[in-house]
Design a binder for this molecule. Structure first.
Ligand code: ADP
Ligand code: MG
Length: 662
């Protein structure tokens, strides 16, 4: 058994549900949350096993040494079991302790000793210390987790640790004196910290591990041969594991001891006692500290046991033992092992983290949305008692910002909002996709019609012109022929528009100054006096590659529509802009706006709200086709409701500055 930094407790990552209960229950703050997983830091762990006890998911496990013990038992060596006095609380189903001893022998132990005798020896030394009224108070050193806690986290108190070995070490020295150094020693008890306490013992098992071994080997109390513990027999040491056990074991003048011993147990209790001791509240007192609520509630016990029931079992056992005890024989043994050295010293081993500055702490608090003391709810959900403690743990690399519940909830709200926004965007995109699919279908149809009409139209146009040429100027037929020719010409324009919409025309790309293009588009439209115009250039680079004629057609279409939408006057703005790879045109008016129900019909050929003869409904369809031929996109933004803001419409066209035409 190695002495220190043996990894005593592990997390089974798959089982950890990150409830932070272990963080809360760890007195050493030895649990680091990293990527949402709780991890035990071996260098900080004191082996108290609190985290093992409180983890409802069984995600915390302690070092198992059953295999090592099995190997010892199967080896040539003689192996002695050192049984902690809390065993009656664990094996309460066994009515006679002698059966329990028999079971251990059946399992393969050559000897079975009572650690309680070690407690008797240690108690004698404590008695001497407590009776020595030199005024120096002691902190009991029988709980290895407490000893480690003090050496690591209150190193200045190390010198107050009672310079006495634990009952386990005392009995191991007794056994070695009795049987020599060849014997192997296995401690069996309720404690995890014992697994790293000393190398004087070869292995340490918990009662729970022992239970597993007995079950595996099929050793039962029914079939066991009752047997006594090996000598020396213990006295009052049997009472040692319950709270105040040490004092009762010491049994010095009760008044005196009651008066100058403060007993504190459990995670909260022992920490409070240490704090009060440090500030001098407990002058002249001795501290008896236990990490668990008495060893009977240790992490190596089977879960689910009741504290007071266990206490009763210990008392009953101790009473039975004491009633059977041959006092003279016990005194004889105490005398026999009088020279066993039960003293030891402890070295400080400061593992405190440096305390961060207020500035650092405030920065971390701010990152969790806590800007003033009012924001610090100290709700404890993160496992730390205060927000400041949590912040310090974050600085120390032990905790994460996400552990803060109010912060996580806030983040969740933001995510939900963002999700709603993305959803809305998605719906819009779906809508746009449907729209463009619809337009693509229409395009195919239009292309077919336009193509079929083109040739006959050409013939009509040609022959009406030929006939016109053949007519004398005063021929009465001439007017009719002229009508045929102009109407055929109009049809050709419509067919041209349809071909544009269907993207069947060619794009002749040339270098164009988009600002000039915008300005010219405005001058090529008849603008009534009631409408003012402006051309705004926001682009630094006004050079682009596009089909000048077609884009001129697009902008004049948009300008004309804008003018039509402002019968009572207004402002027409043509803006050129850019982003990294595109040039942007925006044509805005302050007109009537487009009603919502018309929005998805705008680019459909022949959709018009203008009276017959006024609009063809081909302007936007043509525009759409031309923009698509340039691999660009066109969007509309419009408001018809003065209550929501100024009415009007903006068409935005985004074109690649240099299109790759397919
Ligand atoms: P036309 O102008 O021949 O009606 P368009 O395809 O150019 O055909 O436009 C289709 C319809 O879109 C118009 O009739 C009008 O209802 C609507 N529209 C287009 N631009 C605007 C605008 N700037 N403001 C209001 N309505 C518009
Ligand atoms: Mg139009």
């Amino acid at each position: 058994m190695q002495e220190e930094n043996r990894k005593l407790v592990y997390t089974i990552k798959e089982l950890c549900r990150v409830c932070y209960t272990c963080v809360r229950e760890c007195p050493a703050k030895a649990i680091r949350i990293i990527n949402g997983q709780a991890e035990v830091i071996a260098e900080r762990c004191i082996g108290c096993g609190n985290c093992v006890k409180v983890c409802s998911q069984d995600a915390k496990v302690y070092l198992q040494t059953r295999m090592e013990v099995r190997d010892l038992l199967q080896s040539e060596d003689k192996v002695a079991a050192l049984v902690a006095p809390s065993f009656p609380a664990e094996f309460s189903e066994i009515d006679d302790y002698r059966k329990f001893v028999g079971m251990l022998r059946q399992l393969g132990f050559s000897y079975v000793f009572e650690v309680a005798f070690g407690a008797d020896l240690v108690a004698r030394r404590y008695k001497e210390l407590l009776e020595d009224r030199s005024g120096k108070g002691y902190i009991s050193s029988d709980c290895p987790a407490i000893v480690t806690y003090i050496r690591y986290y209150h190193p200045d108190l190390t010198e107050y640790l009672a310079p006495v070995v634990s009952p386990m070490i005392a009995i191991s020295r007794v056994v070695r004196k009795k049987l020599g150094n060849g014997v192997k020693l296995v401690f069996i008890g309720p404690c995890i910290a014992k697994k790293a306490e000393t190398d004087e013992v070869d292995e340490a098992l918990t009662f729970r591990e022992l239970r597993g071994m007995l079950e595996y080997a099929g050793v039962t109390p029914e079939a066991a041969t009752p047997s006594e513990f090996d000598l020396p027999r213990a006295g009052r040491g049997a009472i040692f594991p319950v709270s105040r056990g040490l004092i009762q074991t010491v049994r010095v003048n009760e008044d005196l001891v009651e008066g100058n011993v403060t007993v504190a147990e459990g995670r909260m209790g022992f920490q409070e006692a240490i704090k009060e001791w440090e500030i001098g509240n407990l002058k002249g007192q001795n501290l008896e500290l236990l990490c668990c609520d008495g060893c009977i509630m240790g992490p190596g016990m089977s879960p689910g046991g009741k504290r007071f029931e266990r206490k009763t079992q210990i008392s009953r056992y101790a009473r039975q033992k004491l009633s059977e005890l041959e006092h003279d024989e016990w005194l004889y043994s105490m005398n026999e092992f009088r020279d066993i050295d039960v003293s030891r010293s402890f070295q400080r081993d400061d593992r405190r983290m440096p305390i961060p500055s207020d500035d650092q702490i405030n920065r971390v608090l701010a990152s969790m949305g806590k800007f003033s003391p009012r924001d610090q709810l100290n709700c404890g959900a993160c496992g730390y008692e205060t927000c400041v403690e949590h912040a310090i743990a974050i600085i120390d690399g032990l905790a994460e910002v996400e552990m803060c519940l109010p912060y996580a909830i806030e983040e969740l709200h933001i995510s939900v909002d963002n999700l709603a926004i993305s959803n809305e965007k998605l719906a819009k995109m779906q809508q746009a996709l449907k729209q463009s699919e619809k337009l693509a279908h229409m395009g195919q149809l239009s292309a077919g019609i336009a193509h079929e009409l083109n040739n006959p139209l050409g013939v009509v146009l040609m022959y009406s012109n030929i006939l016109m040429d053949e007519c004398k100027p005063d021929d009465p037929l001439r007017k009719d022929l002229e009508l045929i020719a102009t109407q055929a010409e109009r049809c050709k324009k419509i067919v041209g528009g349809l071909l544009n919409f269907a993207r069947k025309n060619q794009v002749k790309v040339e270098r164009v100054d988009i600002r000039k293009l915008a300005a010219e588009s405005v001058t090529s439209v008849v603008i009534p006096k009631t409408i003012s115009t402006q051309v705004v250039c926001k682009a630094n680079n006004t050079e682009a590659y596009l089909d000048y004629e077609q884009m001129m057609q697009v902008l004049t279409n948009l300008n004309k529509n804008a003018v039509d939408a402002m019968p009572n006057g207004g402002v027409l703005t043509v803006e050129v802009d850019e982003n990294e790879s595109d040039v942007i045109f925006r044509v805005s008016d302050t007109g009537t706006g487009i009603p919502e129900e018309n929005m998805d019909k705008l680019f459909t050929p022949f959709f018009t709200t203008k009276g017959t003869g006024k609009g063809t409904g081909l302007g936007l369809a043509t525009t759409y086709g031309i923009v698509k031929m340039h691999s660009g996109k066109i969007e509309v933004d419009s408001n018809t409701d003065p209550a929501k803001g100024p009415t009007g419409t903006t068409f935005t066209i985004v074109l690649p500055r240099k299109p790759t035409l397919g």
